[in-house]
Design a protein around this ligand. Structure first.
Ligand code: AMP
Ligand code: MG
Length: 322
């Protein structure tokens, strides 16, 4: 198991690098790898020690289950039961930024810790060619949450991972910036299709495929009963700086994180493109932290399409820290 005293290897995403990454995963080590959403921190989903190591490296609460990454629908069907809605969504959107929460098969070779002891398991087939190649080379399910300390901003570049988890994990595969830049959309299928987390796949695309509206649980409030999805904690994705949302201009002492044609410290998308804004969001929050900004004001972001996921992350980044 990786320890703090070891150096984290930086691997190229070529045949040699991915063979090394797959070998490390087989040996129960932790390897961060690129996906189209954000960089994931991977461990063998069948190996209890590896998965325990992920929770430890991230400081992640044990009740917060991981997403299991597989190479294809067959890989998902080996560990979970896909009902008709699940199959329709999987066929339409996998590989891609959609996670399905499915009933776990009794005979699934998965450690229980990976799904925090639940009867369900969250599964995704990532679209990033390097992630797909790694999953094929490894040949089994990989438990992988975002490769950042729990509660902090997700990493969209290998240098973000190294800056925060370097020395605590065995390796990171560096393939440049993630193109979607925001975590996957999470949909639970039973009893009714429910959007547990808006993400890199726009909710209207999911609803169009299902032919009906998604249920949306109320956001979790601190101090209330346990959230329906453990990741719905109010404060999350938080930079060091404080955030003020829907700001038309910066007040004294604030840096404006802009959207659209505005004068600002950093712009998520000058042309007002939501996909571009999602891809830039986490790097921009980190960059403002790096500049030592204490307060960030953020331009209004329309709530349509990927805007739903951007606003979800911004609201949680702005929530009182616990
Ligand atoms: P992350 O891997 O950091 O993107 O977070 C994964 C998130 O997936 C968790 O925080 C949960 O919100 C959600 N999740 C994973 N497994 C389940 C499950 N079995 N039931 C409900 N939500 C889940
Ligand atoms: Mg995360």
């Amino acid at each position: 198991m990786a320890t703090d005293s070891r150096q984290t290897e930086v691997l190229y995403p070529d045949g040699t690098g991915l063979a090394r990454a797959a070998g490390l995963l087989r040996a129960g080590e932790l390897v961060a790898f690129p996906t189209e959403t954000v960089y994931g921190l991977g461990g063998d989903a069948r190996n209890d020690d590896a998965i325990a190591g992920i929770f430890r490296a991230k400081g992640r609460p044990r009740f917060n289950p991981l997403i299991v990454h597989v190479a294809d629908i067959d890989g998902a069907a080996a560990i979970a039961r896909l009902n008709d809605d699940a199959r329709r969504l999987a066929e339409a959107f996998w590989p891609g930024p959609l996670t399905l929460v499915l009933a776990r098969r009794r005979d699934a070779r998965l450690c229980h810790r990976v799904s925090a002891g639940l009867e369900t398991v969250a599964i995704r087939v990532p679209a990033h060619p390097v992630a797909r190649e790694l999953l094929r080379a490894f040949g089994g399910p990989v438990g992988a949450p975002s490769a950042n300390p729990s509660g902090k901003v997700s990493p969209t570049r290998a240098e973000h991972v190294l800056g925060e988890l370097g020395g605590r994990i065995s390796a990171v595969v560096d393939a440049g910036p993630s193109t979607v830049g925001i975590e996957s959309s999470i949909v639970a299928l039973s009893p009714e299709p429910t959007l547990l987390r808006p993400g890199g796949l726009a909710p209207d695309a999911i609803e169009a495929c299902l032919g009906r509206a998604l249920r949306r649980p109320a956001p979790h409030q601190a101090g209330k009963a346990a959230p329906e999805s453990p990741g719905q904690l109010a404060s999350h994705y938080a930079p060091r700086a404080a955030l003020r949302l829907n700001a038309t201009r910066a007040r004294p002492g604030e840096a404006l994180l802009g959207f659209g044609p505005v004068a600002c410290a950093l712009n998520l998308s000058r042309r007002g493109d939501l996909a571009e804004a999602a891809a830039n969001l986490f790097h921009a929050l980190r960059e403002l932290d790096r500049r030592g900004v204490a307060r960030i004001a953020v331009s209004p972001i329309p709530d349509r399409g990927l805007g739903a996921a951007i606003n979800d992350r911004l609201r949680r980044a702005a929530a009182p820290r616990v």
